[in-house]
Design a protein around this ligand. Structure first.
Ligand code: THU
Length: 134
């Protein structure tokens, strides 16, 4: 699936975001190496810390479908500049990224776009590789 379609999938699921508190809808879509696409949106909660990010929703959908590798990610929001994943989501994405070179495209609703690798977003990341002796 080309990058534009991944962004389109993120844009579409964003509409379903449950954001009564922030009013800030976010959509995320990811592609696995076998070409499957999973998407998620943010889901907030009256107990604010219990809200979940769009990226976390997309990852949960992927894992529930029995896939554990991410080849590419797109995130979109109605922000002045391309929306960047929060720190926690960078770590969550890193867990399943095929490599540090995995591209994360951040987009705005009006067509702004920025692509960085997960290693650029989370340099020096702690990852599953560090636990190989455990
Ligand atoms: N949010 C995401 O879902 N993903 C991001 O990459 C940035 C922030 C959500 C969390 C919360 O529901 C709202 O955006 C405002 O922080």
């Amino acid at each position: 699936m080309p990058r534009a379609e991944l962004i389109a999938a993120a844009r579409a699921i964003r509409e379903n975001a449950y954001v009564p508190y922030s009013r800030f809808k976010v959509g995320a879509a990811l592609r696995t190496p076998d070409g499957a696409v999973f998407a998620g949106c943010n889901v907030e909660n009256a107990a604010y810390p219990e809200g979940t990010c769009a990226e976390a929703g997309a990852i949960a959908a992927m894992v529930a479908a029995g896939r554990y590798r991410i080849a590419e990610v797109a995130v979109i929001a109605d922000s002045p500049t391309p929306v960047t994943p929060c720190g926690g989501c960078r770590q969550k994405l890193r867990e399943f990224a095929i490599s540090g070179e995995m591209p994360v495209t951040m987009a705005t609703l009006d067509g702004g776009e920025l692509t960085l690798t997960i290693a650029e977003l989370l340099p020096g990341a702690f990852g599953p590789n560090h636990m190989q002796k455990a």
